[in-house]
Design a protein around this ligand. Structure first.
Ligand SMILES: [Zn+2]
Length: 336
């Protein structure tokens, strides 16, 4: 699984026995993370300690190759093909006094002598620390230790390619950064809905929408066309006095579809409400998938009203929102 430089091997997915294997999913997920430009799969490096947990012939401890492939004739003559580094290099941190402990099935002659000399050079040049066990280091953390929390932070940083977002007008100063990331991912079809996971080779028992079970679960279906989403959008449009909800694509909605009578700030306020709406529809979907709970459309609308009020009023400089006005006539803020 670990690649030629000690990192996760991008070609290893082909070697896995089944696409339903957890390792298959992990590697595909690694690939998705790499798509963000993070270099995740190559971020795990082997740190050699006493060599007890490192396979001498088949781990990438010596550089960008396996010894079994670099020295196939010697490997055939090895008596114990699963031997560890510690079995073959009898250790000292001082390479000059290391002893090499071979176990061949016959006496080496001819060219094999030259090969074993080359192999010995590799073994004596490796840096070891015999007082420690072998371990892995995660190069994306200054501590060398992998943590989901740190990885989440890195993904969030990379998941927001600011230049692209400015170019595509996907910034809205009235919402938290995580909503900008969410919107960018939704428009780029990078939300992990079942159809998108399936395209990336992850086996799922069903591709149907976990909420309605009527259609395949795409990003557009989840955020707009699912009957649960439509119910929420109808209520948002009604609350904001904007008439009937138009069945637009998620890109059209989130990039901005404001009526022309709105002011510049009003358009930003309306776009912020739409983004909060899509975000809570997505949260509702995740509640169903991960907790088997679903909120009704009126409850979801209440959450959208409350959270949009909180986020927008905290960021709208020079203006104060009034909670009662927000609940009963939010469109009065569309002409600020
Ligand atoms: Zn649905």
């Amino acid at each position: 699984m670990f690649g030629s430089d000690g990192g996760l091997d991008s070609g290893s997915a082909n070697l896995l026995p089944s696409s339903s294997s957890p390792w298959h999913n992990i590697i595909v997920t690694g690939s998705l993370i790499d798509d963000l430009g993070i270099g995740f799969r190559n971020s795990f490096k082997r740190v050699i300690g006493n060599g007890a947990n490192t396979n001498f012939w088949n781990d990438y401890w010596a550089g960008t190759f396996k010894l079994s492939e670099r020295f196939p004739r010697l490997f055939r003559l090895e008596n114990y093909k699963e031997c560890s580094l510690m079995d073959r290099i009898v250790g000292s941190n001082d390479a000059a006094v290391r002893r090499l402990n071979w176990d061949w099935s016959r006496v080496l002659t001819g060219r094999l002598i030259h090969q074993v000399v080359e192999l010995a050079d590799i073994c004596t040049s490796i840096v070891m620390d015999v007082s420690k066990i072998d371990s892995w280091s995660w190069s994306l953390s200054s501590s060398g230790c992998f943590s989901v929390r740190e990885l989440t932070g890195i993904i969030e940083d990379h998941g927001l390619p600011s230049v692209n977002m400015v170019q595509e007008s996907l910034l809205n100063r009235l919402v938290p950064k995580k909503l900008e990331v969410f919107v960018w991912r939704a428009i780029k079809k990078r939300l992990p809905v079942r159809c998108e996971l399936d395209k990336r080779g992850i086996d799922l028992h069903s591709l149907r929408c976990p909420l309605c079970d009527d259609e395949l679960e795409s990003v557009d279906h989840t955020l707009i066309f699912c009957k649960h989403a439509l119910d929420v959008w109808d209520r948002i449009y009604s609350w904001c006095g904007l008439g009937n909800f138009l069945n637009l694509s998620i890109g059209e909605i989130l990039r901005g579809n404001s009526p022309c009578n709105m002011s510049c700030i009003g358009k930003t306020v309306w776009q912020a409400i739409e983004w909060v709406g899509a975000y809570f529809i997505w949260k509702n979907r995740n509640n169903k998938v991960f907790r088997d709970k679903i909120r009704t459309a009126p409850v979801t609308l209440s959450e959208i009203q409350l959270k949009s009020f909180e986020w927008i009023s905290n960021r709208l400089r020079g203006r104060k929102l009034d909670w009662l006005t927000w609940l009963t006539n939010p469109s009065s803020y569309f002409s600020l």
